[in-house]
Design a protein around this ligand. Sequence first.
Ligand code: HEC
Length: 167
Amino acid sequence: MTKKSHAMNVSIILGVSAALMLFFLVLVAHHRSIADRVRLDRSALLASGSSVAERIKPVGQVSVVAAETPREPVKNAVAAPPPGRDGQQVYRASCVACHGAGIAGAPKVDDRGQWARRIAKGVDALYASAVNGVQGSAGAMPARGGNPALSDAEVRAAVDYMVARSK
Ligand code: HEC
């Protein structure tokens, strides 16, 4: 190895180490600033109102509330009488099978003799019997005439219709 090439080697080593040191300095400086940047990002997120609780809240929550709100009106819409469905219509649909001809111990509509003692109990007692059902000595009156889809108002309207025809 000549003297000249030895000097060149030294300067190469010096140059490489200087470059390495510079690199490490930049690296260290870069990582030292990370903590500061995280703090900045955090305060920016907090300031914008997106809290952790907000960001991890369930996505489905809003749609569940929206789906529950109309549940009552929908159910009522199914059970409620269609407009114009009166006592006579309910009677013909759900009561005439037994009360038309006086089948299975049912008091026959138009038969005043059979209805007089029932009407004497008061209309509220008749409503209650028709809505809840009665077990009599002659036969059984099923709740709502066996049609659970009828509303209380529909059953009462049918009772009014039957009573009006039987006194
Ligand atoms: C399956 C046959 C049957 C059907 C359908 C039926 N009923 Fe009756 N109902 C009876 C019988 C049987 C009695 C008598 C029960 C008793 O002995 O008190 C009766 C009694 C009644 C009474 C008198 C209750 C009392 O306390 O005296 C009313 C009011 C009445 N029904 C209303 C209705 C109405 C309204 C409907 C239709 C929505 C209807 N029923 C459908 C069999 C029926």
